[in-house]
Design a protein around this ligand. Sequence first.
Ligand code: NDP
Length: 349
Amino acid sequence: MTNAEAPKGFGLAIDFGAAAPAADPAVATKAAPAAPTEARLLILGSGPAGLTAAIYAARAGLAPVVIGGYAPGGQLMLTSEVENFPGFPEGIDGPELMANMRKQAERFGTIMVDQDVDRVDLSAEPHRVWSAGREFHAEAIIVATGASALWLGLESETRLRGRGVSACATCDGFFFKGQEVVVVGGGDTALEEALFLTRFATKVHLVHRRDTFRASKIMISRVQAHASIQLHMNREVIEVLGEKSTEAVMLRDTTPGATSTPERLAAGGLFVAIGHKPNTALLGGALPVDAAGYLQLESDTTASQIDGVFIAGDVHDHRYRQAVTAAGDGCRAALDAERWLAERDASKS
Ligand code: NDP
C-alpha cells in the first residue's frame, strides 16, 4: 500500500470525550429543549462508552438522557475507516459507526442532548448537572466523557491528520506496511507504539525532545535493542511535510545552544504519542483521580466513590483506549446503574 492510499483505511486515536470534534449533522439530530431535566439516569459523554451505556439502560426502560457534547460522537468522528470494531468485516467509517450507535440508543428511548456539560454537583441527591443554561437532576449518573489525545499543535499536523498523522498505532499501524514511520514521545506509550509499529514499518524513527526517556526501564531496553528502531534524541518535530499525505517531517535539534538547521526525515506516517488528557475538568474535582489525572474506580465494578455515580471508558482507562473496550465498559456501567436503581427502588417499597 502506498501512503497515498493510506487515508482510505485510516483511523485516529480511539478515545472519546466531551472535548470532541466538530458536530456532524448526521449524528446531531435532536434539539436540546425536548429533553426532560428530571431523569433516573444521566449519561455524560456520547462516545462508544456513553452510547453503549445508553443502549443498555434504554432497553432496561430507564429512558436515559445523554448529555453528549456540542460535538457528539467522540474522536471516532474524526476517523475514516475503523477496521477493528467487531461485526464489520469490511470496516466501517467512524462517523457512521457513531451514528448507528446513536440511532440504536434512540430507538429504545434514549434522549440526546447535544450540549456540553458545564458543571456538576454530585454532593447531594439528586445529582445535578448544568448544561447550556439548564439544570438536570438524576438519581444515577454515568461519567463517560473520554480522554483526548494530546497533539503537537502544528498546523501541518492538523492538516494531515488521517492522511499519515495519527495518535493511535493500534488503530492505524496496519496501513503503514513497508513504509518508514516516525513516533514522537518519550513515555511508555511512545515506546510501546514504536515497538508495535515494527510489525508493519520497515523502520521506526523514535523522536524524543530530551536525552533521557520518561518510559520504564524495560521498555527503554527493548527499544534500544530493536534493530528496526532508530532513536532521534534531543529532537522535535517542527513541521509535517506533504500535500495530500505525509511525506516527511522536519526535525529541530533541541540541545541547548544548538544552531544547526532543521533536518528533513522522510516518513509516510507520524504517530504522536505524547500523552492523553482525560476529560474531567467538567467534574470540578468531584471524583478522585489517579496520578495521571484519570478517574479512579472504587472496586472491580464501575462504581465511583459517590453512591449512584458510575464511570465508563477512557476517562478512567488509560491502558486499552479502544472503541470496543470503551463500549464494553459502557455496558458494565449501565448494568451497575440499573442494579443500583433497582436496589434503591426495592429499599423504598
Ligand atoms: P507520558 O506523560 O508518560 O509521556 C509523554 C511523553 O511525551 C514524554 O516523554 C514527554 O516528554 C513527551 N511530550 C509531551 N509533550 C510533548 C510535546 N509537546 N512535544 C514533544 N514531546 C512531548 O505519557 P504516556 O502516554 O507515555 O504514558 C501515560 C501513563 O500511562 C504513564 O504513567 C505510563 O507509564 C502509562 N502507560 C503504561 C503502559 C504500560 O504499562 N504498558 C503503556 C503506556 C502508558 P518529556 O519526557 O520531555 O516530558
